[in-house]
Design a protein around this ligand. Structure first.
Ligand SMILES: Cc1cc2nc3c(=O)[nH]c(=O)nc-3n(C[C@H](O)[C@H](O)[C@H](O)COP(=O)(O)OP(=O)(O)OC[C@H]3O[C@@H](n4cnc5c(N)ncnc54)[C@H](O)[C@@H]3O)c2cc1C
Ligand SMILES: *[C@@H]1O[C@H](CO)[C@@H](O)[C@H](O)[C@H]1NC(C)=O
Ligand SMILES: *[C@@H]1O[C@H](CO)[C@@H](O)[C@H](O)[C@H]1NC(C)=O
Ligand SMILES: *[C@@H]1O[C@H](CO)[C@@H](O)[C@H](O)[C@H]1NC(C)=O
Ligand SMILES: *[C@@H]1O[C@H](CO)[C@@H](O)[C@H](O)[C@H]1NC(C)=O
Ligand SMILES: *[C@@H]1O[C@H](CO)[C@@H](O)[C@H](O)[C@H]1NC(C)=O
Ligand SMILES: *[C@@H]1O[C@H](CO)[C@@H](O)[C@H](O)[C@H]1NC(C)=O
Ligand SMILES: *[C@@H]1O[C@H](CO)[C@@H](O)[C@H](O)[C@H]1NC(C)=O
Length: 614
């Protein structure tokens, strides 16, 4: 035994990587042909979270990020400049097949560096349903609420509101929040105190949406003030500042910025092994190798695209695009779920001062009972039409089979029955046009879309969201618009605004008038997910509950792509929880592998170890 251990130590010594790379680099040739234990593709929200945690191991980590390090760019750090990054060099701005666009951060920190900093969690019913997608038990296991809420708290350092913020409405329950995590969360220094937010709460309560003082504890449906991801200086707290800045001095982790990963290099076998990745950028092209895992964190649009251009996807679609299939995995890119936004606006009455600046934090999250007055008819309609939604998804190429789509949609319908919020009404102060606005979107759409790569060299995939292909989505959207219009027209909120200007009085309240207005004017929310779903393979899933791509030994996905269904919240808080959870799974596997190395030098575990380190 002692000999075996000594041999193992000998093996491990040779495993030392070459020239230690650390910090941020723009130098592709430096990375070219180097081997790292882990390669993380995409230095966004999930990528930097996972990379940070893996660097706690005795392991080397390389992150490759397409964008640059823009932490010192005011469009990134100054949350009052929210929107300045849109359509700029910091935004991928993927066009969709239906003429819209989906935004995403192309910069260190990814979308967490350009997002609105709203910090919200869904209700426990959403997380408790996640295990059912991969064959687990409702409410059990590491993806259900108890475990996910612990991971979400792990990522968070919440600072309670000051007295004036409590007076302005901020409520909190300390047991719902983490105190020592990397992401700084608090109520904004510019919290709005003019009175319109409290009036909105009153109107919503009257409409059956109860006031919740803190929505982070498992009951998300309600109306109230929500915190933001901001640090003590009221600057943005992103994955770049929270998970990269503190570890950038570590000697075992580096980020290659300004370089796009173009391909996952694979080795065929009974299971496919990811050898490494190729990248391309201003400093040249290159390939880096992974001793342990290749971890995709390029987001819900680019992770499935990268899999497809690398030959991992539906063989039929791949061949049609001239891509040689490596692994037939038809779920890749399907099951896309993006949300639809309508904006309702009214001017401020003369002299009204919103008395605040920066991100608004006032959100109403009606569940189906609150939105429709009585959810029975809606739920019955959904149940009656669910198989036609599934059929439509399959016909559109957005599901591998109608049966698979139906199984997933059934879980979602059940989450709605359990009281999950189905719409978001986000109240803005001073926007649009200096007035008040409500951005309203459908949270749990039944429509499914897809991301499909047109060729092996395509930079962008084709994105087909199929918005409103399920009629239930338009029912929710129209009801949400009606609720927003009702809010502006009702006391006491109507004391703060003049007559509605958007859609305006010329647009009637019945479906005949409202639906065409919605169809013509809606925008996207830029919350895409589901395209590499953690779901049973036969339903169209792409990763198992360890986030390993089916049919591969060491290729994982850890970003928004893996959520099989939308959650009733903005996504960041949930995705930090997903990434923290993923990091623990990968760390456990690393430790298990090293342990295996020490006790079993002569077995196949030893041969695996050699391929790991040489
Ligand atoms: C405009 C906007 C506003 C939002 N507002 C909020 C909000 O207020 N609150 C909230 O909770 N959520 C919000 N979100 C959503 C949230 O920020 C995202 O859902 C989340 O960041 C997604 O995390 P991710 O890790 O999946 O992807 P991302 O954070 O987008 O990271 C993906 C990274 O991969 C990189 N990448 C992509 N392709 C490649 C490639 N081929 N090679 C190398 N790198 C690549 C990208 O450049 C990016 O850095 C918003 C999103 C947007 C776009
Ligand atoms: C770290 O790993 C290397 C081999 O990869 C090994 O030589 C070294 O002893 C390890 N250090 C610790 C503290 O475990
Ligand atoms: C570098 O990669 C890009 C994108 O994959 C490709 O178009 C180009 O031909 C490559 N250049 C070289 C020198 O290999
Ligand atoms: C904002 O409200 C606070 C508290 O009511 C008040 O003290 C302050 O003067 C107001 N500021 C402006 C600019 O109206
Ligand atoms: C909702 O509607 C159904 C069917 O019309 C009815 O049976 C039920 O009592 C209603 N529920 C409430 C809470 O009003
Ligand atoms: C179900 O389908 C019928 C017929 O197409 C339609 O009238 C009804 O509105 C649908 N209900 C829902 C909830 O989608
Ligand atoms: C829906 O929300 C209302 C008010 O916010 C709440 O009273 C009700 O219990 C919720 N319904 C379900 C099914 O949870
Ligand atoms: C996930 O990994 C654990 C630990 O290695 C293993 O026991 C489990 O079987 C794996 N689950 C799946 C679905 O492969």
């Amino acid at each position: 035994m002692r000999l075996l251990l000594a041999l193992a130590a000998g093996l491990a010594t040779k495993a030392q990587p070459q020239a230690p790379l650390q910090g941020i680099t723009t130098n592709g040739p430096l990375v070219h042909r180097q081997t790292f234990d882990y390669i993380v593709v995409g230095g966004g929200l999930a990528g930097l979270t996972v990379a940070n945690r893996l660097s706690e191991l005795n392991a080397t980590v390389l992150v490759i990020e397409a964008g640059n390090d823009d932490r010192k760019d005011e469009r990134v750090y100054d949350i009052t400049k929210y929107g300045a990054a849109f359509s700029s060099d910091l935004d991928w701005h993927w066009p969709t097949a239906d003429g819209k666009a989906i935004m995403g951060g192309k910069t260190l920190g990814g979308s967490s560096s350009i997002n609105g900093a709203t910090w919200t969690r869904a209700g426990r019913e959403a997380y408790d349903a996640l295990p059912r997608f991969h064959g687990g038990i409702q409410g059990e296991g590491r993806w259900a609420w108890d475990s996910m809420s612990a991971y979400m708290r792990k990522s968070e350092a919440f600072r309670p509101p000051e007295a004036w913020q409590v007076a302005a409405g901020a409520g909190y329950n300390p047991s719902f929040h983490g105190g020592n995590g990397p992401v700084q969360t608090r109520f904004s220094a510019g919290m709005y105190r003019g009175g319109h937010q409290a009036a909105f709460v009153q109107v919503m309560s009257g409409a059956g949406v109860q006031h919740i003082s803190d929505g982070a504890g498992g009951v998300g449906a309600g109306v109230g003030w929500h915190a933001s991801s901001l640090d003590s200086g009221n600057w943005r707290s992103s994955s770049a500042t929270a998970y990269w800045t503190p570890v950038e001095g570590r000697s075992n982790i580096a980020v290659l910025v300004g370089h796009v990963t173009t391909k996952i290099e694979t080795e065929a076998g009974t299971t496919v092994r990811a050898k490494g990745v190729s990248f391309s950028g201003p400093s040249g092209n290159g390939t880096a190798y992974a001793g342990a895992d290749v971890i995709l964190a390029a987001g819900a649009i680019m992770s499935p695209h990268l899999l497809q251009v690398s030959g991992i996807g539906g063989a039929t679609e791949l061949k049609a695009a001239g891509i040689a299939p490596v692994l037939d995995l038809p779920g890749v890119g399907r099951n896309l779920q993006e949300q639809t936004m309508s904006t309702i606006a009214a001017p401020r009455v003369a002299g009204y001062n919103v008395n605040g600046t920066g991100p608004s934090n006032m959100i109403a999250y009606p569940n189906a009972s609150a939105l429709f007055g009585n959810a029975t008819a809606f739920n019955q309609g959904v149940a009656a039409n669910l198989s036609s939604f599934a059929e439509a998804a399959f016909k559109a190429g957005a599901a591998v089979s109608a049966e698979g789509a139906l199984a997933a949609l059934q879980i979602q319908a059940n989450v709605i029955k359990r009281g999950a919020a189905v719409a978001e009404l986000f109240l803005d102060g001073g926007w649009p046009n200096g007035g008040l606005g409500i951005n309203m979107w459908t949270l749990l759409p039944f429509s499914r879309g897809r991301v499909v790569s047109p060729s092996s060299s395509a930079v962008y995939p084709r994105i087909e969201p199929n918005f409103f292909s399920a009629v239930a989505d338009m029912q929710i959207q129209a009801a949400g618009v009606r609720l927003a219009r009702f809010a502006f027209a009702s006391a006491p909120l109507c004391d703060f605004v003049g007559s509605e200007t958007m859609p305006g009085p010329q647009v009637g309240g019945d479906d005949e008038a409202l639906v065409p207005w919605i169809q013509y004017n809606f925008g996207t929310v830029s919350h895409p997910l589901g395209t590499c779903a953690m779901m049973r393979r036969e339903w169209g899933g792409v990763v198992d509950s360890n986030l390993t791509v089916y049919g591969t030994s060491n290729l994982r996905v850890v970003d928004a792509s893996v959520l099989p269904m939308q959650v009733s919240a903005h996504l960041a808080a949930t995705l930090y929880g997903v990434a923290e959870n993923a990091a623990d799974i990968i760390k456990d596997a690393f430790v298990a592998r090293r342990t295996g190395l020490a006790v079993d030098v002569t077995s196949s575990a030893c041969r695996r170890a050699r391929t790991l380190f040489w």
